[in-house]
Design a protein around this ligand. Structure first.
Ligand SMILES: Cc1cc2nc3c(=O)[nH]c(=O)nc-3n(C[C@H](O)[C@H](O)[C@H](O)COP(=O)(O)OP(=O)(O)OC[C@H]3O[C@@H](n4cnc5c(N)ncnc54)[C@H](O)[C@@H]3O)c2cc1C
Length: 372
């Protein structure tokens, strides 16, 4: 690996994974050379507090980390645009504002793409949770509109779908809406223990949320599950997992069967030692790392160390191994949280306070000056 004193590092995306790199630069000083940031949004949006925001527990500003102060402290050169294509051999990036940027090393963390209409079918009532910025903007305008049926369906039985069902059931805008959670045939929380499923099933029942353990799809303008129509609905919220953006494959980067960028144990894109990728856009080839905010966040510091070494002309050494894979705190949006840890499931008000403390402490880390 060779790098010169004026090497240009380009970070693409300022989300959960790259926040660790930006934080490292601002705390320990940027490495030699220039660091460019390509990111169209003004703020990084923290997904873990979104259900609470829908339920009116937080204001939108409380889940946003403004980027301008971080960019300044970290000494970044910010291009407020979206990357549309990369030429990995020529080391050129093309942005949607017509700009082209040359780089020596590139790190990609642009997150996952929405796939609601591919999975469920098209419908104007469909609200995809990805990308998060689009979801937030759309819900902000939808929640002011008049309701016809007072009914919402949330599709997806993972932690995201469950928390969103709780969030919408307790929505501060669409009060007293009835909510149906269509989990798909793999059921409710298939990656969690039976004890957690029991707790969550009980809480869904207490809150009057109907659970349907069947695959849902939109047919002839109606949301169907298990051969039945779930109409009439005002909104269909899709929490059906992360899809891959099209541009990595179109740029000639190696991708898996779903379009995610294939990376090695050091997050290096396979076959391109000068390009790294992390977070939801990437797929590790040496081990399984599920796409989640927790893993994206914990990959950040590893990425920072590897990028520093590469900018110093050395090979990356660090590798991210999931540590808290089994731990999850679900917000019931009625003052409690359900903790999921291995085979244990626990529900209490105290856990909700722990979740709030962890989430707000994490946000504060980036909204306070680094003070190095
Ligand atoms: C509603 C919701 C709730 C969730 N709750 C949880 C949770 O409780 N716990 C958990 O672990 N995970 C949760 N997740 C998943 C988590 O948000 C993602 O796994 C995480 O955001 C992935 O981080 P990332 O850095 O890969 O991408 P992101 O954090 O999505 O950041 C991507 C960034 O790249 C930018 N970008 C995108 N395309 C381009 C481009 N072409 N050029 C330049 N910039 C670009 C975006 O503007 C964005 O700032 C949730 C997701 C959603 C949608």
């Amino acid at each position: 690996m060779t790098a010169h004193a004026d090497a240009v590092l380009m970070l693409v995306g300022a989300g959960h994974a790259h926040l660790g790199v930006i934080d490292d630069w601002r705390k320990h000083g940027p490495p030699r050379g220039r660091t460019l940031l390509v990111e169209p949004l003004d703020a990084m949006l923290y997904s873990g507090m979104v259900p609470g925001w829908i339920a009116g527990e937080y204001r939108a500003s409380e889940l946003a980390i403004p980027l301008a102060p971080l960019v300044e402290e970290a000494g970044l050169e910010w291009h407020r645009a979206r990357l549309v294509r990369i030429d990995p051999q020529a080391r050129i990036a093309h942005l949607d504002n017509g700009e082209t940027l040359a780089f020596d090393i590139c790190s990609i963390a642009t997150g996952g793409a929405g796939q609601a209409s591919d999975v469920l079918g098209a419908d104007e009532r469909l609200l995809d949770i990805r990308p998060l910025s689009g979801f937030i903007t759309r819900w902000q305008s939808l929640r002011e509109t008049e309701l016809h049926h007072r009914r919402i369906a949330v599709v997806g039985g993972g932690a995201g779908g469950v928390e969103l069902a709780f969030g919408f059931r307790n929505s501060s805008h669409w009060r007293e809406c009835s909510v149906t959670l269509a989990t798909g045939s793999s059921g409710l929380l298939p990656d969690h223990a039976a004890a957690v499923r029991e707790r969550v099933t009980d809480e869904l029942e207490v809150q009057g949320i109907t659970i349907l353990r069947e695959d849902a799809a939109i047919r002839d303008g109606a949301l169907m599950a298990g051969g039945r129509s779930l109409e009439a609905l005002d909104l269909i919220v899709a929490a059906v997992g992360s899809g891959a953006p099209d541009w990595p494959a179109a740029s000639g980067l190696p991708v898996d069967e779903y379009g995610f960028v294939q990376v090695d144990e050091h997050q290096r894109v396979c076959g391109f030692e000068h390009i790294l990728a992390a977070g939801d856009v990437a797929r590790r080839t040496d081990r399984s790392v599920p796409h989640s905010g927790v893993h994206a966040v914990y990959t950040g510091p590893v990425l920072a160390r590897n990028l520093r070494r590469m900018l110093a002309g050395k090979s990356p050494r660090r590798s991210y191994s999931p540590r808290f894979m089994d731990f999850y705190l679900l917000n019931t949006c009625r003052g409690e949280s359900v903790a999921s840890y291995r085979r244990f499931g626990l529900q209490s008000r105290w856990l909700r306070r722990v979740k709030d403390w962890l989430d707000t402490r994490w946000i504060r880390r980036f909204t306070r000056p680094a003070g190095r």
